[in-house]
Write a protein that binds this ligand. Structure first.
Ligand SMILES: N[C@@H](CCC(=O)N[C@@H](CS)C(=O)NCC(=O)O)C(=O)O
Length: 221
């Protein structure tokens, strides 16, 4: 399939971006070479918005093609570099995997992202408890999403957002002093992901980036 490749894959990313890490798991699993560079003009710049109108990261350039959104990029990579496959053959099963990915992008991760402002500013009394409860609710729902998925299954496009968002939850819970309920099936499924080199490698390198970033940004209160 390399004939479908126009040029070097370039990823616009910043190190701490969660969706860039999600994309790197796909790139690593497909054993692709890529170059990672910061968005031209910087994160949120007009220069970058001339390329990607909303200014979101990651974006991928392949020759003359530019695609933004981790989901669209991952599906493109799956089509152009189909081995190893990260979507099943059956259309119904593919739809289930896509739904699993959307659950991450539209349900779990936005609930975690709501905590980000409190890394640099103290919350009001009791302000974080409903946010922590929402994350626990989403993790409980996710246990049902994966109820028929054996831990240690083949890695799919539907899985790649979770390991990094889980790292964020584990890092923020003690810092913000919030309690998160982790269903055992979610823990087991998450541990099973580490049998994939792409996940273990990204978790190791991103975990270090995240901890260094939190050391710099965390205001302490
Ligand atoms: N659904 C998008 C979300 C990407 C996203 O939110 N990226 C963050 C960085 S982790 C960002 O660019 N935020 C700024 C913005 O969206 O304007 C994707 O999957 O790529």
């Amino acid at each position: 399939m390399s004939g479908m490749r126009d040029g070097m894959l370039t990823v616009y990313a910043i190190p701490v971006s969660l969706y860039c890490a999600k994309l790197r798991i796909v790139l690593r699993h497909k054993d692709l070479d890529w170059t990672e560079i910061p968005p031209p003009g910087g994160y949120g710049s007009d220069e970058y918005k001339r390329m990607v109108p909303a200014g979101n990261l990651p974006a991928l350039r392949n020759g003359g093609l530019l695609i933004a959104d981790s989901e669209a990029i991952s599906e493109y990579l799956e089509e152009v570099f189909p081995n190893p496959p990260m979507l099943p053959v059956d259309a119904g099963e593919r739809a289930q995997i896509r739904a699993r990915s959307r659950f991450h992008d539209t349900r779990l991760e936005p609930a975690v992202r709501r905590l980000f402002p409190y890394i640099t500013a103290a919350p009001g009394p009791g302000e974080l408890a409903p946010m922590a409860a929402e994350i626990s609710t989403r993790l409980g729902q996710f246990a049902n999403v994966i109820r028929d998925v054996p831990a240690g299954s083949d890695l799919t496009l539907g899985d790649c957002g979770y390991p990094i968002t889980f790292l964020w939850i584990h890092a923020l819970a003690p810092l913000l002093d919030i309690k998160i309920a982790w269903p055992d099936p979610v823990r087991d499924w998450s541990d099973g992901l580490d049998r994939h080199h792409a996940v273990a490698a990204e978790r190791a390198s991103y975990g270090k980036t995240l901890n260094d970033w939190l050391k710099r940004e965390w205001v302490g209160y």
